[in-house]
Design a binder for this molecule. Sequence first.
Ligand code: UD1
Length: 376
Amino acid sequence: MSAAADGPLIDIIAGARPNFMKIAPIIRAIEARQRAGSALRWRLVHTGQHYDARMSADFFDQLGIPEPHVNLEVGSGTQAEQTAAIMVRYEQLLLNDRSALCLVVGDVTSTMACAIVAQKLAIAVAHVEAGIRSGDWSMPEEINRMVTDAITNWFFTTSEVANDNLRRSGVGEERIFFVGNTMIDTLLAHMPRFAPPAFWAEQGLRAGQYFVMTMHRPANVDTAQSLSAVLKAIGEGARGMPVVFPVHPRTAKTLAAVADLPKNLLFVDPQPYLEFNYLVKHAMAVITDSGGVTEETTAMGVPCITMRNSTERPETVTVGTNELIGTDPARLKPTLDALFDGRWKKGAIPPLWDGKTGTRIVECLERLLVKQPSTA
Ligand code: UD1
């Protein structure tokens, strides 16, 4: 767990797929500091929100994340059931074995649930990817962000927009640390290992001549009717090119009820990290309703079409390669026509997306948590 037995213990919370790439660089950076003599200790707490191998264990393997010290094994449920189960089990853990800091990442249910538990036990909370806002309260992630940031002590941010959001809500400058994006740390670190999935050759896929799509938000996939309309529009708009669609378990349930699937759509299981990002890197474009994928496409310079009405990551649109087109499938054809006509912005890399964010976070934590020797 650590070098010094009595150094401050940091709980690192991970629950769902998009958390895993965000914690990996932080763990790596703490381990590096420990090798240099730091007293920081860490404990990896997996809430079990995602539990399928394809949604969880595969990511631990590929990203070299150590086995969690604790798995709360909460599994699926409604928002309230999941939140409640995580809170009860994490509270029990803290009551038995208290930590000095609860570090949460992103905006999933596990993020909010653990932050609440820790703060109520007067344990400080650090939030990585703090301050981002979509303004859309119909998405559970927005509620999770707002609640988490309302009770966070130290805010680690990915953008100036996030910093401004926090300042506007009254957070003092001394609690905001603009460090960059840990998800991009992971992307850059693992890019040399990206690998084509087995079906790449079987399906005769060729770089720049296929699309990748991901779709799992309730607004797009919770009824067969809405999912069917989206798939039909993508199938047609792609002009016969293959569209690789790794299907999230939530989408799979609805997909079973959709008739007449377009022939050029290639439905595959959720992909491991290295295979998924290989597919993205070589795609003509990505069509998605995810937030994280819009950052990865921006970092890789791949055109991205987002089927949402808002984004909590505006720099992917203002600086990067992303376009928000809303959820109306009719918007897909003109957007894809523009892409095929070569009318797509080049995009640039947002500030501090440089692969060193994990190190910056751990340097801050060390200053905040470890007593510095007196210089007097
Ligand atoms: C969660 C996050 C979302 C993130 C997404 C990425 C919240 C509120 N949302 O949404 O921000 O983009 O993860 O994947 O935390 N299921 C399985 N196996 C699993 C996990 C889930 O079959 O390992 C099924 C269950 O039927 C579950 C459903 O998928 O009910 C949804 O899972 P859940 O964790 O509730 O939310 P996600 O939609 O995955």
